[in-house]
Design a protein around this ligand. Structure first.
Ligand code: C2E
Ligand code: CA
Ligand code: CA
Length: 378
């Protein structure tokens, strides 16, 4: 509420007294100005962005925020709703450019919006048709190089376009709300495979890590679905980690706490993804059932090149030891990074050095069959 009040004050302050400021819905505002120069609008947008970016003190802590702004100019004959729709499309574009940006409507945006809708439709059908599947990337212990488990990463096997990576469709999945379907679909298929492999002698503790988006976590129905998947596959919940980014945990603590507690009651634990890139509040590490920190690839890739990355990796490892958390180094691409992470005391590694994400069938051939032939001692 305080942020909304702050934003409305900023908006009223930057416009002229005969301009119009309103709140459209939740966190959406609108400013209508009369102007004879197109540049006026983008200058105003820059000013609004700069003012809102200033840190805001709420309950003793400082927060900073960004806005995304879409600009549209009324053409003769435009209805108010067309003007709003156009501004909305421009805002979408601004969001796509990153945080705190503004963008001006252009007629090609209508076409792009239509294409987006067709991607969303196709994605909905893909979920139904089983075109969404997990690829698995192995995670190894660094000291004795034994396989400990896999991270499930979504792929879309598109009938015409071939194999699509998450970057090609996850944003649309988030925006359209299909992300929960996708997360659950990936989790269910991966659980089924891991459960099957856990029956093999020596692989009883094989772990599964599956990604959960902020949007999935914020939906109270997700815990019911996860419970159903655990029950129907019979996987041991203690071998399952749900990967969540720091931002997800900290941004919306109110709506996610109940869900996370319910997940803990199911026996699941969290892994903090991309650790070190998000918030610096570490309170959640104690408050939530976190078992693993995943050191972001950006720090691992800097090992031996960038002293700061080494400091950050060391600090994360010290923190993890103190809190009795396990650490996975992400994006290990060469032997040097592997050795360095092991020297620093990191427990686990994941990355192209150990293996790329591959299909369940290929994983079976590449990683599981060899262990079946030469079983590990448990
Ligand atoms: P992430 O969870 O941080 O996953 C690691 C990403 O790094 C994966 O990209 C993986 O293929 C890539 N990677 C692994 N090892 C290396 C390496 O040695 N070098 C380099 N350069 N890259 C490496 P991918 O599969 O494209 O996934 C991208 C992101 O999409 C994931 O990042 C995750 O945030 C998201 N994602 C993937 N699957 C799911 C899912 O089922 N649900 C949700 N909500 N998000 C997912
Ligand atoms: Ca992940
Ligand atoms: Ca990651």
């Amino acid at each position: 509420d305080q942020l909304l009040i702050h934003v409305s004050r900023v908006l009223k302050h930057v416009v002229r007294h005969d301009d119009l400021v309103g709140r459209l819905s939740g966190d959406e505002f609108i400013v209508i100005i009369r102007t004879s120069h197109r540049d006026d609008a983008s200058q105003l947008a820059s000013r609004i962005s700069a003012e809102i970016r200033q840190p805001l003190k709420v309950a003793g802590s400082e927060f900073s925020h960004t806005v995304s702004i879409g600009i549209s100019f009324a053409q003769l004959g435009d209805s108010p709703s067309t003007l709003l729709e156009n501004a909305d499309m421009a805002m979408y574009q601004a969001k796509a450019l990153g945080r705190g940006r503004h963008s001006t409507f252009h007629s090609t945006m209508r076409l792009q919006a239509q294409q987006r809708i067709s991607l969303e439709e196709a994605l909905g059908i893909a979920v139904q048709n089983g075109e969404i599947k997990p690829y698995l990337q192995p995670i190894f212990r660094l000291d004795d190089k034994t396989l400990t488990g896999f991270e499930a990463l979504v792929r879309w096997q598109h009938p015409q376009l071939g194999l699509l990576m998450p970057a090609a469709f996850l944003k649309q999945a988030e925006d359209s709300g299909l992300i929960q379907e996708i997360d659950m679909c990936v989790f269910a298929s991966a659980c089924a495979a891991i459960t099957m492999w856990q029956q093999i002698h020596g692989l009883g503790n094989l772990r599964l890590s599956s990604n959960l988006s902020a949007r999935s976590l914020a939906d109270p129905r997700v815990k019911v679905r996860i419970k159903e998947i655990l029950e129907s596959t019979g996987i041991n919940p203690a071998s399952v980690y749900l990967e969540i980014t720091e931002t997800t945990l900290v941004d919306d603590i109110k709506s996610t706490t109940a869900t996370i507690n319910a997940l803990r009651d199911l026996g699941l634990r969290l892994a903090i993804d991309d650790f070190g890139t998000g918030y610096s509040s570490l309170l959640y590490l104690k408050r939530f059932p976190v078992g693993v920190l995943k050191i972001d690839r950006s720090f691992v890739s800097g090992l031996g090149k960038n002293p700061e990355d080494e400091v950050i990796a060391t600090t994360i490892l010290t923190l993890a030891k103190a809190l009795e958390l396990e650490v996975v180094a992400e994006g290990v691409e060469n032997e040097h990074q592997l050795d360095r992470m092991r020297e620093l005391g990191c427990d686990y590694g994941q990355g192209y050095w150990f293996g790329h994400p591959i299909s369940i069938e290929s994983t079976e051939v590449a990683f599981i069959e060899p262990l079946r032939l030469a079983p590990l001692t448990p």
